[in-house]
Write a protein that binds this ligand. Structure first.
Ligand code: NDP
Ligand code: GDR
Length: 351
């Protein structure tokens, strides 16, 4: 019997990598996509085949985490053996602008999916993965952060994900469901959303190099993150669901770097060193080669409450899942930058 996976958020960065991984393992994969006025399936286009052809293994369905009836119908139709709940309004800063929607999609959306499984009597047959996040640690209580570190969310996004985390634990304990949380630290790649800081930087560096942009405007350069590659992290998600017992795991690299370091490395890759002048909102990054200002601070990118430092301890994942990251920070930056340089050279910097 082939395994059947249902992925919410299949059009997102992780959903696309995960769909590819599972198809490679022989799964039948069903993804949920949202109705949009323009195409939003660019990341999974290479996996998609006309459903009229024979032996098709990848299917997309319209759906939304804010619509219970849709979720119940899809779970009933698909009868998944594994459900990966990756759909979310995933932008921390945007969550301050859309807190209610974020709570609805990211928090209550998770409950809707768990209830769909229960209503359909699939709680003993369908395994459930919840995309939990290092943002739960927020104002950190312990460094490095591990599975036992107390949570202290610092945004509407993190507060919504806190509910999702605990309702997943509760359904595991209350109904014996195989429901697990992956507490994933930041993971990136060439298809990362364009407004997350890593991709914003690599796209801007490529655009500046091609003479299409003069300056990159950023917020807090001193924030530190534990950045890995999304390809590695979807492998960890899959391993979590292959365990006999459901449990919660941190996936991280165990290294932390500041936004400033990311900027320096990205500009360094195209042979343009950065010299920093000023402080706080007056801080500027000058290109050592041209003498031009290529980075400026714009306070609009500061968050009302910030998460200053994230550094994960992936020991449990290494010992129990045999999981470890394979892409080093420097190689991640290079891969993202090279991809954006190719897109900029083609005159097509949108994906
Ligand atoms: P993306 O923002 O790239 O993808 C999010 C996906 O969710 C997209 O497919 C999006 O659809 C979909 N989506 C958003 N709202 C809804 C909704 N109401 N109903 C159905 N689908 C919806 O995120 P990532 O791939 O980076 O992250 C995947 C998950 O992991 C998210 O839950 C995120 O919060 C979490 N996470 C991510 C980390 C990271 O560093 N990447 C770290 C820790 C956790 P559309 O394409 O139409 O916008
Ligand atoms: P994060 O990612 O909030 O960690 O959430 P993001 O890349 O948005 O921010 C990382 C850090 O960079 C600082 N920063 C900026 N951020 C953005 N987006 N734009 C800027 O111009 C900018 N300048 C500085 C931020 O203040 C922050 O400190 C990501 C998402 O994928 C979540 O869904 C996921 O849960 C967490 O990672 C783990």
């Amino acid at each position: 019997m082939r395994k059947v996976a249902l992925i919410t958020g299949a059009t997102g960065q992780d959903g696309a990598y995960l769909a590819e991984l599972l198809l490679g393992k022989g799964y039948i994969v069903h993804g949920i996509k949202r109705r949009s006025s323009s195409f939003n399936t660019g990341r999974v286009e290479h996996l998609y085949r006309d459903p009229h052809e024979e032996d098709v293994s990848f299917f997309m369905h319209y759906g939304d985490l804010t619509d219970s009836t849709n979720l119940i119908r899809l779970v009933q139709q698909v009868q998944p053996t594994e459900i990966y709940n990756l759909a979310a309004q995933s932008h921390v800063h945007v969550s301050f602008e859309t807190p209610e929607y974020t709570a609805n999609a990211d928090g209550i959306g998770t409950l809707r999916l768990l209830e769909a499984i229960r209503i359909l009597g699939l709680e003993k047959t369908a395994r459930f993965y919840q995309a939990s996040t290092s943002e739960l640690y927020g104002k950190v209580q312990e460094t490095p952060q591990r599975e036992t570190t107390p949570f202290y969310p610092r945004s509407p996004y993190a507060a919504a994900k806190l509910y999702a985390y605990w309702i997943t634990v509760n359904y595991r304990e209350a109904y014996g469901m195989h429901a697990s949380n992956g507490i994933l630290f930041n993971h990136e790649g060439p298809t990362r959303g364009e407004t997350f800081v890593t991709r914003k930087i690599t796209r801007a560096v490529a655009a500046i190099e091609h003479g299409r942009q003069d300056c990159l405007y950023l917020g807090n350069l001193d924030a530190k993150r534990d950045w890995g590659h999304a390809r590695d992290y979807v492998e960890g998600m899959w391993r979590i669901l292959q365990q006999d017992e459901a449990d919660d795991y941190v996936l991280a690299t165990g290294e932390t770097h500041s936004v400033r370091e990311f900027v320096e490395l990205a500009f360094g890759h195209i042979g343009r060193g950065i010299e920093w002048r000023g402080e706080g909102v007056d801080e500027e990054g000058i290109c050592q080669k041209t003498g031009k200002v290529v980075v400026r601070i714009d306070p609009r990118y500061f968050r009302p409450t910030e998460v200053d430092l994230l550094l994960g301890d992936p020991t449990k994942a290494r010992e129990r899942l045999g999981w470890t990251h394979t892409t080093a920070f420097r190689d991640l930056v290079r891969e993202m930058l090279e991809s954006d340089m190719r897109l900029a050279a083609d005159g097509d910097d949108h994906r």
